[in-house]
Design a protein around this ligand. Structure first.
Ligand code: HEM
Length: 529
């Protein structure tokens, strides 16, 4: 046989083997990639994601593709990554229970520069060790001792920022309140001027979270990194002062844990290893950041829904009134009061179902694996999503209807209700958020009367016209002083980095015109001594 024939035959055999090897692995035929589209080169389907976010229907990006391609899985390309989006409770379960086996939580590398050594961005083993130490403080049994602190910050905030004003911008004030809570409980920073300065820095950090990591003067990333540095310095200063104070007291700790910084200065992990000051500062920075933005979004949406749904509002009001009636004048809320807020929490849970502040988070496939008959290659970004279940008729009948009774009795199917994620990276701040939001709700409905006629202009609601004030229900004897609180549409919520609740929702909520009746004499509701 001529030598060139031999060459062609060998080449044919090698090519055939290569084709077969790529088609079959040792477990049998390789499965197809998930259906879907990678969209445009480089930008992928990011524009579509932003469009649905901005239209106020962030869930559409997911639900439309589930319908078009496959209800369990589809592929897309987002943030420069080939991405598999896994949908439904079984997918959530798989991703939440396969950390370090199939997938690993990851965040864009630019975040490392912002959150440094915190457990958010640290390498896996380090992250798990630090997360354990930090989150001991966020457990219900520890936080329950802080309920009074939450309440006094909230009362102060309502007294100083809301009451007696002609107009208020609800979102910015809610954010200010949430940030004040984080400052107080995490670092005992209670000077309003200092809080305000820090909040400005945090806004810069937030603005740079999902930006290209270009560290050049003027870029958002540059501003964010520098703002994080300023905050870190400030926190290190708080730690240093605390150390000096302790030294002056002969090395004694505070009798009770004063705040998260004190907790982190004392806590020890395996082998008695504690955290360095830098680690403490970075973790506080992380929690202050993640701890105020998500919950303030939720509180604002809560105000929107209460304004739209008078029957829910009345039931919340009745529950909160009963709690207030059980308290002595001036007595702050306690852990037991929070436990009594069952209906109110169902309302908040429904807000979190319909308008979750986080739509999805990132995991990275660390091995090739398959799901629903499709293969997901190692290295791909894998998303679990809130809306593939929250907005599904299968798990939440009439999914678009606001119905807090869903959370009474039968609880949602496992892994179907996931506003806080799940698994080892589940949100560690959920109890913190619960207390913060319920305390806010208690004070809001106790201090103000949401009322008025509903006048629809598109999806905009107005409350509290003069006529409506006259028709305030007779059950509200304390309508002494009118406080008209307005949230005009001036507020521009920064675009949703692709996965936060839609901008339009915020616009609607911020556009709510709330006419609220300030109760001058809260104690009048209580029985006379
Ligand atoms: C309504 C309020 C909140 C919602 C809906 C929420 C939701 C979430 C979600 C979905 C995740 C990702 C979980 C995952 O990937 O499986 C997360 C992570 C996280 N949340 Fe929250 N969160 C809220 C409030 C808070 C608060 C108040 C804090 C701090 C006190 C906080 C701190 C964090 C941190 C540090 C992480 C990262 C955890 C890790 O990577 O190990 N969150 N949150």
């Amino acid at each position: 046989m001529p030598i060139e024939y031999m060459f062609y035959i060998i080449l044919f055999i090698i090519s055939l083997t290569a084709i077969l090897l790529t088609k079959f692995d040792h477990n049998g035929p390789k499965q197809a990639l998930p259906p879907g589209s990678f969209g445009w080169p480089v930008i992928g389907e990011f524009i579509d994601l932003q469009r649905t976010n901005r239209s106020g229907k962030p869930d559409k990006f997911i639900t439309e593709r589930m319908e078009r391609y496959n209800k369990h899985i589809f592929k897309t390309s987002l943030f420069g990554e080939k991405t598999a989006v896994l949908c439904g409770p079984a997918a959530n379960k798989l991703l939440f229970t396969s950390e370090k086996k199939l997938v690993q939580t990851f965040w864009p590398p630019s975040l490392k520069k912002l959150f440094g050594t915190s457990f958010f961005t640290a390498p896996y083993n380090e992250a798990i060790r630090t997360r354990k130490l930090v989150t001991l403080f966020l457990k219900p049994e520890v936080l329950s001792d802080f309920v009074g602190r939450f309440d006094s910050v909230c009362k102060k905030s309502i007294r100083e920022d809301w009451a007696g004003k002609e107009q208020v911008m609800s979102y910015s004030l809610i954010k200010k309140y949430a940030f004040a809570i984080a400052c107080e409980v995490f670092a005992s920073i209670n000077d309003p001027g200092r809080q305000e300065r820090l909040l400005e820095e945090f806004n810069l950090v937030l603005g740079g979270v999902f930006q290209l990591p270009i560290y050049l003067p003027g870029t958002r990333h540059y501003k964010a990194v520098n703002a994080a540095r300023v905050i870190r310095r400030e926190l290190l200063d708080v730690i240093e002062r605390k150390r000096r104070r302790r030294e002056m007291m002969g090395g004694c700790k505070e009798e009770e844990v004063e705040d998260l910084i004190s907790h982190l200065m004392d806590v020890r992990g395996e082998g008695g290893k504690g955290l360095t000051d830098e680690e403490i500062a970075d973790n506080i920075l992380l929690l202050m950041d993640s701890g105020h933005d998500t919950s303030s979004s939720t509180m604002m949406m809560l105000v929107k829904y209460l304004a739209e749904l008078p029957e829910c509002y009345e039931r919340v009001l009745a529950e909160q009134k009963e709690i207030a009636l059980s308290k002595a004048p001036g007595e702050l809320l306690k852990k037991d009061d929070i436990q009594k807020m069952k209906y109110s929490w169902n309302v908040v849970s429904e807000v979190l179902r319909l308008s979750p502040p986080i739509q999805a988070t990132f995991r990275r496939a660390i091995v090739d694996f398959s799901y629903a008959g499709f293969s997901i290659p190692k290295g791909w970004s894998v998303w679990w999503t809130v809306n593939s279940t929250h907005k599904s008729e299968e798990y939440f009948p009439e999914p678009e209807k606001f119905n807090p009774s869903r959370f009474e009795g039968d609880i949602p199917a496992p892994y179907a209700y996931v506003p806080f994620g799940g698994g080892p990276r589940m949100c560690p701040g959920r109890e913190f958020a619960r207390i913060e939001i319920l305390v806010f709700l208690h004070n809001l409905v106790r201090e103000f009367r949401l009322q008025g006629k509903q006048e629809t202009r598109g999806s905009l609601f107005e409350f509290g016209s003069e006529e409506a004030t006259d028709s305030t229900p007779a059950s509200e004897p304390e309508k002494e002083e009118r406080c008209c609180c307005v949230s005009p549409s001036l507020h521009k919520r920064k675009a949703a980095h692709g996965y936060r609740t839609g901008e339009e929702d915020y616009r609607i909520a911020a556009d709510l015109v709330l006419s609220l009746l300030f109760r001058r004499c809260l104690h009048r509701l209580r029985p006379s001594p």
